[in-house]
Design a protein around this ligand. Structure first.
Ligand SMILES: Nc1ncnc2c1ncn2[C@@H]1O[C@H](COP(=O)(O)OP(=O)(O)O)[C@@H](O)[C@H]1O
Ligand SMILES: NC(=O)OP(=O)(O)O
Length: 307
């Protein structure tokens, strides 16, 4: 099978934790054996998130205006691809994977006229209480929004149109190489008269993972995050997990932008568009979500009620 697994940036760095590398390295080491086992048996593409990490790099880059002008998000996304790709390559090898694994610095073409440039929705960086978030917004010119119980910076997140390096990934897969592709949604670029140039945005890695899985003809798209499943009535005493659902039934429900919304949209687009299986679940239960024993399993065909 050809499998695309998307790893959430928030799943790699538990909410509320300091963005220390040791915490993230440990988290990746925990999940690496399950991913290495998948890579040993199947063709595997890994797409990782970078929301917490790219937000931290943006703060660093803006810390001293005398030293440098803040870097655009396109370049900060490229930095996160190297960082998280390195962690993943090392962890998979340490977990016993003997076949090659490589990180591709990947560009994602977006539409320069995408209305998302004027309506930031992508959460990046740490969560703050409201007063601190508003103070930071004033100081740095951020837009901030509530993400669950914490306030976070939001940046533009245009839809992915094309993955520039997708054919390179296809060749690598045909040579039994595990590919870390389109990390952080890929470096956002727009096409102009002089070729490609970076765009100041962060593309959603779940939308990109669906595009990658469709383009590469994957059989399975898995999105691993920090909740065990997609929930109905999330955050209320009545919340309950959706285990098996058709894309059509799942699309009838509403989920928030910037968190579960893109995952559900990506799962439905892939399942309905290709007939393949999509799954959303916890990074800690990676093997079971991939096998179908855990998480929310989304199929193209009707499977009865959505719970
Ligand atoms: N209906 C829902 N079911 C489950 N989780 C939800 C739901 N609505 C919102 N969420 C939130 O979505 C989060 C996962 O999305 P996100 O933070 O973008 O994860 P990641 O960075 O791991 O991709 C969960 O931690 C949860 O707080
Ligand atoms: N780029 C991106 O979608 O990152 P997260 O998964 O961390 O939100």
């Amino acid at each position: 099978m050809r499998i695309v697994v998307a790893l959430g940036g928030n799943a790699l760095l538990p909410r509320g934790e300091r963005p220390d590398s040791a915490i993230q390295v440990e988290r990746i080491a925990e999940v690496a054996p399950a991913l290495a086992a998948v890579a040993a048996e199947h063709e595997l593409v890994l797409v990782h998130g970078n929301g917490p990490q790219v937000g931290m790099l943006a703060l660093e880059s803006a810390a001293d205006p005398d030293l440098t002008t803040p870097y655009p998000f396109s370049e900060l996304v490229a930095e996160t691809q190297g960082l998280i790709g390195y962690w993943l390559q090392q962890a998979l090898t340490n977990a016993g994977l003997t076949s090659p694994v490589v990180t591709l610095v990947t560009q994602t073409v977006v539409d320069a006229e995408d209305p998302a440039f004027a309506h930031p929705t992508k959460f990046v960086g740490a969560g703050y209480d409201e007063a601190t978030a508003r103070e930071q917004a004033e100081r740095h010119g951020w837009t901030v929004r509530l993400d669950g119980s914490r306030w976070r910076r939001v940046v533009a997140s245009p839809l992915p149109v094309r993955i520039v390096e997708v054919e390179t990934a296809r060749v690598l897969l045909q040579h039994r190489t595990t590919v870390v592709l389109a990390g952080g949604g890929g470096v956002p670029v727009v096409e102009g008269p002089h070729g490609l140039r970076g765009a100041d945005a962060v593309v959603d890695k779940d939308h990109v993972a669906a595009l990658v899985a469709t383009d590469l003809g994957a059989d399975l798209l898995v999105m691993l995050t920090d909740v065990p499943a997609v929930m109905i009535d999330f955050g209320t005493p009545e919340q309950r997990a959706i285990r098996h659902v058709s894309a059509a039934n799942l699309r009838a429900e509403r989920f928030p932008d910037g968190s579960m919304g893109p995952k559900v949209a990506a799962a439905c687009a892939f399942a309905a568009g290709t007939g393949g299986r999509a799954a959303i679940g916890s990074l800690a239960e990676a093997a079971d979500v991939i096998s179908g024993a855990a998480g929310t399993q989304v199929s193209a065909m009707p499977v009865g009620q959505p719970t």
